[in-house]
Write a protein that binds this ligand. Structure first.
Ligand code: DQA
Length: 254
């Protein structure tokens, strides 16, 4: 299966808090989820990466060599002046589609110029999240046909241990991302439960419920992981309890 890397640069972690006129109201997690879903539709693996730092973005471009087949890059403001990112894109020989949520050609003059455009296969700007989705379609339909994926190399037994290691690390990065999205969703429910219970004048912490969740965790995985899954769930519940207690205290202070 081919892999697309979705890369976001500085300030894109703040989506949801930036000017909705240019960037919409969704968060970076919403955007990345939309790309993951698009990946399922297109039959490609999607990995996501965001950093505020130019050096981290460059390093990620370097370590993508031989590991990913195409890149969707929103370099944020670096688009307009980072020759270092431009050089990295040029040397990795992976098709990169430059994307922007806003229409950089109809904003301030300094945003009109992209120093990375010439080394990217296409530039898509002004479609919001759709810029990323269209970029993914273009990569799959036009630019990734001839790429040899790490998996294909592996099948030919050409891949060295470094490439395999990088691939496994990418898979772990991807799963960590998904776990964090789930964690955030779980926390939102935990907060809602706390609020409802407070309104009902009930205690938020129920030991029997904790036991029930632990049993579900133990039964939900292969036997050899049951203890680990329960330890993992205990830690999640400890964080939930902490959040609920904090909520309760905040409400009482008001
Ligand atoms: C942006 C446009 C850039 O000019 C700006 O600095 C960004 C986001 C966009 O997605 O519209 O941070 O790349």
């Amino acid at each position: 299966m081919k892999t697309i890397l979705i890369m976001n640069g500085p300030n894109l972690s703040m989506l949801g808090k930036r000017d909705p006129k240019h960037y919409g109201s969704g968060t970076l997690a919403d955007l990345e989820n939309a790309c993951i879903n698009k990946g399922i539709e297109l039959g490609v693996k999607v990995v996501c990466f965001q950093s505020e730092s130019e050096s981290a973005l460059i390093r990620k471009l370097h370590t993508s060599m031989g590991v990913v087949d195409g890149i969707v890059l929103n370099a944020g403001a670096y688009t307009h002046y980072s020759i270092a990112i431009r050089d990295a894109i040029e040397l990795i020989k992976i098709p990169v589609v430059e994307v922007h949520l806003s229409d950089i050609h109809n904003r301030e003059d300094f945003r009109n110029r992209s120093v990375i455009e010439a080394v990217c296969v296409e530039q898509i700007s002004g479609l919001g999240v759709k810029s990323y989705l269209v970029a993914m379609e273009k990569l799959v339909d036009k630019y990734m046909k001839d790429t040899t994926t790490t998996e294909e190399l592996k099948a030919e037994e050409k891949a060295g241990p470094e490439a395999l290691l990088a691939e496994e690390r990418l898979a772990v990065d991807q799963l960590n991302k998904e776990l964090l999205v789930l964690f955030e969703r779980r926390m939102k429910h935990v907060e809602r439960i706390a609020k409802i219970k407070m309104e009902m004048g009930k205690e938020t912490y129920v030991p029997a419920r904790e036991q029930e969740i632990l049993e579900q965790a133990g039964n939900g995985v292969e036997k050899q992981y049951a203890d680990l899954a329960q330890d993992f769930m205990k830690e999640i519940m400890r964080l939930s309890k902490e959040r609920q207690t904090r909520l309760r205290n905040e409400t009482h202070e008001e």
